[in-house]
Design a protein around this ligand. Structure first.
Ligand SMILES: Cc1ncc(C[n+]2csc(CCOP(=O)(O)OP(=O)(O)O)c2C)c(N)n1
Length: 247
């Protein structure tokens, strides 16, 4: 029995991500969900800027790039013009929760019928590990050398919690990719979000807690423990909103 099969919606090539980076795993989970729903030819991946956007080279299907943080605005236009396509954004935390905060909140509040995949690695990976809005209190980055301090930089933004209080979103969930169960649950969540979009239900938001071994300065295995001890207690995994289950 095959232990591993490349999802058919990904190109047969290396990803370009650093060893142990969970962007590669997250990309694979999205591709698996798309394959299972037989949407490879129908999906449109809207990337913006950051390591998150490097997955554009891996996709066999349609991909469009957007300016930093603006993927939700571009996805809005695409989905409104092509309502039968499966449209999703794939965004990092600097992208979505800093420069693109207005775009994500506005698209969620309008209830646009697309899916957001939010990879939260608590840092600006591509540019060298600066503090992101989601950096944990005490976490060291290149711009918080002694650890993030709430007095000067505030608190890590909890995007699932923020988005789930809006009226329009129909499915909002957070998963941690540092355990087998987390990975399996994440795949189910991504698939459910895509199914809800295909059924025309509205805005769906999936947050994936990920790592950045290079900028965290850890080997990949240690990042798994760091996530258990630090990331997960603050960013609690779970389903924050599910209008289907409420109905
Ligand atoms: C308008 C604009 N401002 C700043 C940048 C520089 N820049 C490139 S990637 C990036 C941060 C990306 O961080 P994040 O979204 O967390 O993604 P990651 O690389 O961690 O996946 C920034 C600030 C840019 N490309 N464009």
């Amino acid at each position: 029995m095959a232990e591993y099969k490349r999802p058919s919606s990904l190109m047969p090539m290396a990803t370009g991500y650093c060893p142990g980076c969970m962007h590669a795993l997250a990309t694979r989970l999205v591709a698996d969900a798309i394959d299972e729903l037989q949407q490879a030819d129908n999906a449109i991946n809207v990337v913006s800027v950051g390591c998150s956007a490097l997955n554009l080279y891996s996709w066999k299907g349609d991909v469009i790039g957007s300016a930093h943080g603006r993927a939700p605005a571009v996805a809005t236009g695409i989905k409104r013009c092509l309502p039968d396509r499966l449209v999703f954004t794939y965004q990092g935390d600097g992208d979505l929760a800093a420069i693109g905060l207005a775009e994500i909140m506005s698209a969620a509040n309008r209830g646009e019928n697309f899916t957001v995949i939010f990879a939260n690695n608590q840092t600006y990976g591509m540019t060298g590990g600066q503090m992101a809005p989601t950096t944990l209190i005490g976490q060291k980055t290149t711009t918080t050398r002694f650890g993030r301090d709430a007095l000067t930089t505030g608190y890590p933004l909890k995007m699932c919690e923020l988005i789930s209080v809006l009226e329009a979103p129909v499915f909002v969930a957070r998963y941690a990719l540092n355990s087998v169960k987390g990975v399996q649950d994440a795949k189910k969540g991504i698939k459910k979000a895509f199914e809800m979009q295909l059924a025309g239900k509205g805005f769906t938001f999936i947050e994936l807690l990920t790592n950045c071994p290079t900028n965290w300065g850890m080997n990949p295995l240690d990042t798994l423990d760091y996530m258990n001890t630090n990331t997960i207690p603050y960013f609690k995994p779970g389903i924050y909103k599910d209008k289907e289950a409420e109905a």
